[in-house]
Design a protein around this ligand. Structure first.
Ligand code: MRU
Length: 368
């Protein structure tokens, strides 16, 4: 996507030295645009864990390049055990997004077929780039499929804007490019369809306020930031035509894990007869588990992310302030699971499908 006229992806190899991988450090957005260089497996693990990068697709792409950095550092006499350790370190950083383990396993599987360390290095770079390119391409394609849904709604609105609610950031910052929930929105905007996005601020990390609002501003898409609990009220008053969110892990039976609070939006959408769509590239499907609520691991992060808020002062200085009694304990569940029965459809790179096992497997027969 473009920032002030320049095209960026969220992760890319340095043009002069491809052993250095560059990312946008998202902790500083929307106030500062900071690019960070990653060199070692520890750099990659910290970048994922401390959320310099975040969002399921980008976590996967970062892990893919993280495995490349592991192969670069691997000693000749114990390549396999070194790579195994690196894989475990990367996978342990964040438990919910399935793209992380998927990317690491894809690297490990490809690397076992190469005999020499030199060949493994070349292969690891090629696979990391392939994962990143595929992520961008799949998001572009799912945007085309989601566009058809927005067009249908727009046709019924007689020139009035299509109002779309989204939660968290499932934008291009959460992937390599385009985004999942935002890809149909950007496609509609480019086609001249009048879209307006209600952006949930998304406590406690504020991905909506800090990232989605920034992305939409840069793309010139009309949007309004709302406090997290506003969606139900807007739905009751006919101000939301559809909901599109992303997902960190979706079971092949159609249960969707996404940022905490997504489930409540899905319940409100059901009560108000508003279509609730989830957009995802196939790398986010978990083909092993059937019951999302029981089986998807939910990340718990530090309670300090709930008790403290970071922003900039009138003088432009970044500051973190305490907003609760210091002695109060805070719980911080990162994600919740929306059961398939609340979901109107899944927007994938292969098309739109119902959120249930038979429909999903019909679209991805290789996983039967
Ligand atoms: O904690 P985050 O910022 O990594 O969570 C991101 C989300 O929940 C997104 O909605 C999700 O990754 C879907 S889009 C990749």
């Amino acid at each position: 996507m473009k920032i002030n006229g320049t095209h960026y992806r969220t992760i890319w190899p340095d043009a002069d030295n491809p052993k250095i991988i560059r990312i946008i450090d998202q902790r500083h957005l929307p106030h500062r645009f900071v690019i960070e260089d990653l060199r070692t497996v520890d750099d990659f693990a910290a970048a994922i864990q401390e959320m310099h990068v975040r969002g399921a697709g980008l976590i996967g792409a970062t892990a893919g390049f993280g495995m490349y950095s592991a192969v670069l550092a691997a000693p000749h006499d114990r390549v396999d055990s070194f790579l195994q350790q690196a894989a475990e370190k990367l996978i342990a950083t964040r438990p919910t997004a399935t793209n992380l383990a998927w990317a690491v396993q894809r690297q490990l599987a490809a690397l076992t077929t190469e005999a020499t360390l030199e060949a493994k290095r070349e292969k690891a770079f090629a696979i990391a780039c392939e994962i990143a390119d595929e992520d961008a391409e799949f998001c572009r394609r799912l945007g085309e499929h989601g566009l058809e849904i927005i067009k249908e709604i727009a046709a019924k609105k007689n020139g009035e804007p299509v109002n779309i609610l989204t939660h968290c950031n499932a934008g291009w910052l959460a992937f390599v490019d385009y985004g999942s929930a935002t890809a149909p929105i950007y496609a509609a905007h480019r086609e001249g369809i009048d879209v307006h996005v209600w952006v949930d601020e998304t406590r406690p990390w504020l991905q909506g306020a800090k990232l989605t609002a920034w992305e939409l501003s840069k793309e010139g898409v009309a949007h309004t930031l709302i406090a997290d609990n506003t969606g139900g009220h807007l739905m009751q008053h006919g101000q939301i035509d559809m909901v599109i969110v992303g997902t960190d892990r979706t079971t092949y039976t159609g249960d969707v894990a996404n940022k905490i609070g997504t489930y409540l939006k899905a319940l409100a959408a059901k009560d108000n007869n508003i279509p609730f769509y989830v957009a995802l590239p196939s790398s986010t499907f978990d083909w092993q588990i059937t019951d999302g609520v029981k089986e998807i691991p939910i990340e718990e992060r530090s309670g300090n992310e709930v008790k403290y808020v970071t922003g900039i002062t009138a003088e432009g200085k970044t500051e973190t302030v305490l907003i609760a009694p210091e002695e109060t304990r805070a719980a911080n569940y990162g994600f919740d699971v929306t059961p398939s029965r609340l979901i109107t459809g899944l927007i994938t790179e292969r098309g739109v499908t119902a959120a249930h096992k038979e429909a999903i497997l019909a679209l991805y027969p290789e996983h039967r």
